[in-house]
Design a protein around this ligand. Sequence first.
Ligand SMILES: [Fe+2]
Length: 298
Amino acid sequence: MSFRINPLHPLFAAEVIGFDFSAPPETMPIDEVLTAIDTYGVLAFRNTTPPTDEQHVAFSRRLGPIERGKLIKVTGHARLRLALPELVDVGNLDPDGNILPPDSRQMKFRMGDRLWHADMSFMDNRATYSLLLGHEIPPEGGDTEFADMRAAFAELPRELQQLAETVDVEHSIWHSREMAGFPPPTEEELLSRPPVRHKLAHVHARSCRKSLYVTSHASHIIGWPRDLGRGLLSELTKFATQPKFVYRHKWQLGDLLMWDNLATLHRATEFEDALYRRDMRRTTCREREVTSPDAAYA
Ligand SMILES: [Fe+2]
């Protein structure tokens, strides 16, 4: 199988044309895909024939350990809409396929996606790649924005680079949900997602480029007064998401977006979510095998 790559932005992000998701997974050119994602950080596979749910999962499995999502505890869903446990449901539909009310707990939880974040930075076993397929997209709005954290790190003043490589940051999903207006978590929810710590900058292992890791789940800098740490995190996020570092993806039906959470940030943008259906399904690859039966979500 051969495919073409066209850059979409001066710094990062590219579209992939002609990838055949119906090919047997063992024959897919995975090394070429990994080389492309190492270079571009975001790949938009344009599909005239989008992968099925099974093909989506099978392709993702070739890229690393993959999460089997379980969101019942957090969103209060009694059952899931999607049959495959590897698929995370990130649209605005309830288990019967109806549009969720904007004031529902599930939609309030989803509002956190509109803050700049890396998926699952609130887990010790972080997300590497996310693969999001647009099954139904609204006629307007609902773009996804990406920011290049390797380019942003490279442009930071030297003293801030050194600082970012030194300090540890506490990440918690409850921090980003609070910022997005989600009601305070229950005791059970709190216990289900305890905070974790990560460096504020890291060396991206496959490309060997340094990358910032400032996400909306980043609550504070460990060992610093809270306000001071939050001030720095906020300044760095502002710096790293300047327009020159941002690519805005306008979805076409059937697009599969793959991004590297350890090299980019992303956020959802507004659309008429009480009016239009949006059916988006995501798989998530992880740094290591997932051993917990209650894998995390978001
Ligand atoms: Fe996300």
